[in-house]
Design a protein around this ligand. Sequence first.
Ligand SMILES: [Zn+2]
Ligand SMILES: [Zn+2]
Length: 168
Amino acid sequence: MSDQAWKTKPPYQKPDQSFNKVLQGACHCGQVKYWLSKDSPLASKYCHCNDCKVIHGAPFQWAAIFHKSNMAFENGIENLRFYNSGSKSLEHELPCKVSCSQCGTLIMDEGRNMALLFPTLLLFQNETQKKKFEVQCHIFYPQRVVDLPDGKPKWTGLDGKSELVDEI
Ligand SMILES: [Zn+2]
Ligand SMILES: [Zn+2]
């Protein structure tokens, strides 16, 4: 793929007539704005892994999974910054972290087919909308810095591909 080929593929396209604008997300400075055409993710999780904690500067990461085709950028594509945590490269090399180059807000983890976006950027209009993003599980829980006894399944690694552990 050439350097700029990502610009022609979802989710880096403006919403067209057929795109149903259901939810909007924006970075802190407002340069980057995107829309979702679905009101609920395929899955929602808290990740306690060390990479997420360092890169996000937070006790854990909250990610919601969508097909890339359910996401479209209204503006700010020129203001995006990429980071591949495996190679530590700033190229658009999947999977990579996507953030706003101006304010640094992390927008999503972009995989090959999926966007694992960070719902803290979404402009929820009511509790019903927010409720649809409730997490189903915690992953990499043994790497946690805080206990979260919420009754949700806690995995040692990826969900379904590791062991379940006690919450405390
Ligand atoms: Zn920004
Ligand atoms: Zn993680």
